[in-house]
Design a protein around this ligand. Sequence first.
Ligand SMILES: O=C(NCC(=O)N1CCC[C@H]1C(=O)O)OCc1ccccc1
Length: 705
Amino acid sequence: DGKIVYPAILRTDVKDTVHGITVEDPYRWLEDPDSEATGAFVTAQNEVTKEFLNNFAARDKYNARLTELFNYERYSAPYKRGNYYYFFHNSGLQAQNILYQQDSIEGERRVFLDPNTLEEDGTAALSTHRFSKSGKIYGYAIAKSGSDWVTIYLKDDKGNALEDVIEWAKFTDISFTHDDKGFFYSSYEKPNIDKEKAGTETGTNINKRLYYHKIGTPQAEDVLVYLDTSNPTHSPSAEVSDDGKYILLTVGKDCDPVNKLFIVDLEATGNVISRDWPINKVVDNFDALYSYLTNDGTVFYFQTNKDAPRYKVVKYDLSKPEQGFTEIVPQVEDVLSSAVVVNKDKLVLQYMHDVKSCLYIHDLSTGRLLNQITVPIGTISGISGRKEDDEFFFSFTSYLTPGTIYRYNFESLDEEKRLSIFRQADVKNFDNSLFETNQVFYESKDGTKIPMFITHKKGLVLNSNNPAFLYGYGGFSIPIEASYSPSAIVFMQHLDGVVAFANLRGGGEYGEDWHKAGMLLNKQNVFDDFQYAAKYLIREKYTQPSRLAINGGSNGGLLVGACVNQAPELFGAAVADVGVLDMLRFHKFTIGHAWQSDYGYPDDNKEDFLNLHKYSPLHNINTDKPYPPLALFTSSHDDRVVPLHSFKYIAELQHKAGPLTSNPLVIRVETKAGHGAGKPISKRIAETTDKFSFIASSIGAEWRD
Ligand SMILES: O=C(NCC(=O)N1CCC[C@H]1C(=O)O)OCc1ccccc1
């Protein structure tokens, strides 16, 4: 009967009793990443999985075409710092993007930082990075094998390394004081593991520290500026103001978009940076988010969601605290995605209207709308410009546009001539006129209208027989916006597939109301939205269950696990990347405690525990209906979502659901890789080839040249 023989896995009688409820946890031993048994489990599982990643006849054709679609020259928006311009560039298949320096925007480029030279297999990646105000010093953080731990290094503007090295930084910014004497960064207590194993440990990250490092001194002498052990999960951060006179000290509490706002007047401290410096506690609660835009003297400008779930721009005069905050640009129907101050006093505002980017220029001091900048339908990112610049650049992408860099110059008198295309990525052998993207609004279980982008070849026949790929996320107020995906292009062009991205509740598509509608006790809405997206595609004859593959990563991996448990009959394949799958223990590992703002507090709140227990993938395996082919993808150095989630879920699936189906229920564990950020192109291509080979063979998709 073709039943698959899975590796034998020790099942213990470990159990916990929480809020008076006893929960079995037979694979608790898989939570130890360093045990011999866990190592043997990973090896044995990868061995079984290989066969199911290789049984797609056109696998090599897929890999070759995917490589071709990745292999296009791409640039970031350029930015000016000090006397030079900088931009990132990748010739196509380089593991990591390279940072180049120029004397002028059209000048010849010279390599400034090439992360590819840091590890021969390309697994060293650039994380946070920033120039000092003068542009004379550059601080950059390097992550190894995809871990969230970083080491900070310094260079001068000629590219010469300074000898300073800051180890064991994590989830940090780099912000220099304007005297070029030092910078602020954050870190946690050093875990007791060797550096090259950083990222394989699962210990919790608490008691985050904010330090000031004086250039030329050893890290051990760094000044501890902020640490609050009475609130071990809080997250402090420091930003030096545009004029260098103030420190914006913010404290986050978890993943909710809220923070405390403290302002330090450096002059009042006599330029002495210490833990006891005089602080103005402008906002000492977690009612809202305040994100610094700029200041003119004591007048500060912020983007905030205070009484504005779709955000707005406010100002605050430090010398007149009694006035509090006053609105500059009130909240509107659309979501304010980002705000940047350019050209002395212009406010560049990016909004999201039904998940499409719009761009406006306002006057900073009055908030008055000056003009809208017309851009195509898609996603804007990386607006790069400063107060001292009379122009700014930004990137644009969409499902069918790889990447366009636009330039907006305020000096051009004729408004129409201000916007120009600065660079246009060109993917060879890809004619986007063969495809079309449509946006639909389908009804979810409770009648809520949910946006979804559907892309496919023009002339698609709605005969219910098309292979379909449905992707979702639904959490942490993160919107899923249009972007160019080589794997989606191959799926549409050569497998005649339909690619759908559903904008589920829990995301940021319509601001904080949309986020709140998909979190905590409303989390099931997200799973309903995803299942109703599938029903829509089936009802509208795009596809049928056996041809429909679902995919999501991280919180999106939870989405896939919960949905395939709740409705296995709805899907022809399911792939969960680096999923959060044990919802009773997620908060115990690395930074998982910060996710309780979306998921709830299983140990501290019984209602949350019961809610989580009801949808937790690990605790809700369906034993009434057979599962479709299912694959979990994870990595050994993923310290964002530790791989134990996937280890335990696949073990429970194979034990409980394995006997009911001959479909593969497997896991792929990547070594020397992490949660995703900074993964070298070669690993991305190999992993994507495996993913879509698994999907194509599971849904019976045929290759067409
Ligand atoms: O954990 C996250 N972000 C959320 C995240 O990465 N999540 C949330 C769930 C799983 C995973 C994901 O979906 O990518 O960022 C790190 C961080 C550090 C300090 C304070 C707050 C947050």
